[in-house]
Every structure is written in structure tokens, then in C-alpha cells.
Design a protein around this ligand. Structure first.
Ligand code: FES
Length: 176
């Protein structure tokens, strides 16, 4: 009798099992989103420019999250000590858009970088944790930003903008 092992030839049953698992993960994320979003004003109020509050406590060191404010993607990076040290070691005058790191973060909260995630070249969305500078990489034309969101290489003329925000507690910011 000839038998085919499922390890050699994944069966339809194997596929269904994997597909079901993926659907469950997506369902879980979808279920979580309304819960998170209900903590903020409704979409039309946000679109009109209302401030939003973001809880930073789930964001581990080295991670970043993306939220939306006024329809714009905002990156919030929980920087590592290495990323902070790298950002501060750069001679500011050598930068295309000279700005010291401490002018781009809040004193006492240097581990948090908050920037508008829109490339200053032609408006693509850069990718976090990519590129040569421990920061952001824009796949459209190759602009690279460092761990302070400052332009370091490529055609973009300016740093990623820092939106208006404040710390309302050690683990919560208000953007806008
Ligand atoms: S839009 Fe980002 S490099 Fe051109």
C-alpha cells in the first residue's frame, strides 16, 4: 500500500488547519480594534482635529506603534539606549536639516520619539526599523531617517515632523 506522509505532501486538511488559524488571528485583531478605538473620540471628531490620547505602557523598548491623528500616520518609537546614544552622537552641523535630538523629544522622556510618518520627499510612508541609521527607510526613493527621525540620506529635504504632543502621565501622551 502506498501512503503519503503529510510532512512530505501537505494535505487539504493541513491547509485548512493553517487557514483557520490565520482567520482566528485576524478576527482577534479586529475584535481588539473597536475596543481600543472607543477610548478616543469618534472618527469625525478626530478627523476634525481633536486631540487623541495614546497609552504607551504596552509598547516595549525597541518597539514602535503607529496611530492616526488628523488622518496622518504618527510613529511612536520606544527607543533603546543604543538608539538614543546614536542619535545624540551625530554632529548636528553635518545633518541636511540640522536639529539636535533633544529638540525632537521631551526632556525626561528621551526614550520616546513621536513623529509624523510621512516622508518629506513626496509623501510616502517610511518603514520603521529599516535603513542604515536605526530609524526609518522610505521605499519610494530611498530616503533614510535616523533614530531621531532626521533625514540622513536620500532625496528627502527635511526631518520627519514632530506633531504637537504632551505627556499627560509617564505612560500616556496626548497628541494634538
Ligand atoms: S517619497 Fe520618500 S524618498 Fe521619495
Amino acid at each position: 500500500m502506498t501512503t503519503a506522509s503529510s510532512a512530505d505532501h501537505p494535505t487539504r486538511r493541513d491547509f485548512l488547519f493553517v487557514a483557520t488559524g490565520a482567520a482566528a488571528a485576524v478576527g482577534g485583531a479586529a475584535a481588539l480594534w473597536p475596543f481600543i478605538s472607543q477610548m478616543n473620540p469618534d472618527a469625525s471628531t478626530i478627523a476634525a482635529g481633536a486631540p487623541i490620547e495614546v497609552d504607551l505602557s504596552p509598547v516595549a523598548e525597541g518597539q514602535d506603534i503607529k496611530v492616526f491623528w488628523r488622518g496622518k500616520p504618527i510613529y511612536i518609537s520606544h527607543r533603546t539606549k543604543k538608539q538614543i546614544d546614536e542619535a545624540r552622537a551625530v554632529p548636528v552641523a553635518s545633518l541636511p536639516d540640522p536639529q539636535p535630538d533633544d529638540a525632537r523629544v521631551k526632556a525626561g522622556h528621551e526614550q520616546w520619539l513621536v513623529v509624523i510618518g510621512i516622508c518629506t520627499h513626496l509623501g510616502c510612508i517610511p518603514i520603521a526599523h529599516e535603513g542604515n541609521y536605526d530609524g526609518f527607510f522610505c521605499p519610494c526613493h530611498g530616503s533614510q531617517y535616523d533614530s531621531s527621525g532626521r533625514i540622513r540620506q536620500g532625496p528627502a529635504p527635511a526631518n520627519l515632523p514632530v506633531p504637537p504632543y504632551n505627556f499627560v502621565s509617564d505612560t500616556k501622551i496626548q497628541i494634538g
